[in-house]
Design a protein around this ligand. Structure first.
Ligand code: RAM
Length: 349
């Protein structure tokens, strides 16, 4: 009989709802619950699924928000969420032991943001062999039942290039500050950004791509090194909430503030200071709370047998409404949203 922790957390209300539908408040679950030994049948404490959520790493506010969203969903369908994952190490294999433990526990579903497209596959396939459903969210693998994508990858890439091009006046040297070098989502966005630059922005040169591993200090140091190594740099794109916040912190007290543009994907709560002080003018993201909420509902729909993950399957994700599984087992949350001084105060994730 295993013990399944169900965290209780209340989310503050969002004032504006530009990204998606209503973020209704709900406390989820009790202080703790018992997932029971369900032998892989996936029962949570109260009838819904027992879900193990494995972010790229713990301690990232982006994944705190996605886990809070999953907990909100589990509260609604009477399931349970246990969040486990690597602390600080976002290496390719770092999530494997957590997948193996959850498999031994016989949970209903794993909901994973993958640090590598293939390194998790042996362990994920072992989980699937005992009928555990595998949902990826945020960053995909080659072996899963469904991928809950935050937004279309092409749209995410071209939005960031559009933002940096505007901010540097359409020409000059730029660099990318990414997360972990193997992260599926980061690498897909980077290659699409490279294609977009080559096709549509002949006067912008991507001179370097560096990796801060979604570690605040490493991202800060990489920003400093980038600026040292590239004295003509006009802009930095950081498609990671950890990277953009660390780069903004570096720029904000440096001689480059206001001279080197910075954009990418940021959490408004982490970027507000840097919008207010003029270090950053615009950046993009989606709502990570909604992303976790949708991923948990997708997992529940798979475990309960409502869907099998085939293209055209439909399921209802609570307040967010109905979703349809697209080609390659992908469910898309919505569009990326651009934050600036006019709206940053309306969001608190
Ligand atoms: C970081 C992570 C995550 C990415 C966001 C934008 O929190 O790298 O995978 O989607 O940034």
């Amino acid at each position: 009989m295993k013990h399944m922790l169900i965290k209780t957390r209340r989310l503050p209300a969002l004032a504006a709802l530009a990204l998606t539908a209503t973020l209704a408040l709900s406390a989820c679950g009790s202080d703790d619950g018992d997932g029971g030994d369900n032998g892989g049948s996936g029962g949570g404490g109260g009838g819904g699924s027992a879900i193990t959520m494995i972010p790229k790493s713990l301690g990232n506010p982006y994944f705190d928000a996605s886990t809070a969203g999953a907990e909100r969903a589990a509260g609604e369908f009477d399931g349970s969420i246990e969040e486990v994952g690597p602390t600080g190490d976002a290496g390719p294999d770092s999530q494997v032991p957590f997948i193996q433990t959850a498999t031994q526990q016989g949970v209903g579903a794993l909901v994973v943001s993958a640090n590598d497209p293939s390194a998790l596959c042996d362990s994920l396939e072992q989980a699937q062999d005992v009928d555990i459903k595998v949902v990826t969210f945020d960053s995909d693998t080659e072996c899963r039942d469904l991928f809950v994508n935050q937004a279309d990858a092409q749209g995410i890439a071209s939005k960031q290039i559009e933002l940096i091009a505007d901010q540097i006046g359409g020409s000059g040297d730029i660099a990318i500050l990414s997360a972990a070098a193997n992260a599926t989502n980061q690498n897909e966005w980077i290659s699409l950004m490279e294609e977009d630059l080559a096709a549509n922005y002949p006067d912008i040169n991507l001179v370097d791509t560096v990796y801060g591993d979604d570690d605040d200090q490493k991202s800060f140091d990489q920003t400093a090194a980038l600026l040292q190594a590239n004295p003509n740099l006009k802009g930095i794109v950081s498609p990671t909430t950890v990277g953009i916040a660390a780069a903004a912190r570096y720029l904000s007290t440096s001689e480059f503030k206001g001279k080197v543009a910075l954009t990418g994907l940021g959490a408004p709560s982490q970027m507000k200071t840097f919008i207010d002080d003029g270090t950053v003018t615009e950046f993009a993201l989606w709502n990570p709370d909604d992303l976790g909420y949708l991923a948990a509902y997708a997992a529940e729909a798979l475990v309960s047998g409502d869907i099998s993950g085939e293209e055209g399957d439909t399921f209802t994700a609570g307040d967010l409404g109905e979703y349809t599984v697209g080609a390659d087992g992908i469910v898309v949350l919505g569009e990326p949203f651009v934050f600036d001084a006019s709206n940053i105060n309306d969001f608190d994730f």
